[in-house]
Write a protein that binds this ligand. Sequence first.
Ligand SMILES: [Zn+2]
Length: 167
Amino acid sequence: MKCPRTNEPLTIIKVGGIELDVSKGCGGVWFDNFELDKFTSANSDHGKVLVKHLKQFHKPLSDEGTRLNCPKDTDVVMMRRFFSGKQQIEIDECPACGGIWLDVAELDQIHEIFPREGDYESAQRNFVDNVIRSNKISIHQNEYDIYIEKINFVGKFLRFITTRESW
Ligand SMILES: [Zn+2]
């Protein structure tokens, strides 16, 4: 796979038994579907190790606003969306494979916002509760639990809410 920013081949590294694709050209990193979950907490050693590793390739991005193509599905343009309901960090997600591209400082920012283990999960749960309440969506309790379980990324949930497509 190639870096969606610099077009250089991505380097495979292994952190905590998970293979990640890192760009030595810009310090960005590619997560296959759901892999990011293992690195979102600042408390996790894996997250810290990864941030440290990426920082050595840090380079200011000149094209930050550019829409990027998925490194896997090279003809698919990734969507920009907020990482969480807190709406502070925008990330790139591929609508085809569910993979996520983070630019060099973004994982660090995620750790700043969600410093402790479980912070991200509880923030997402609160956000989902609010969306359900404010939109007066009626969901059976047993369905609700299944939804909550499936929600790893708010973007997916919001798409579900607005389109009711299967996810
Ligand atoms: Zn993709």
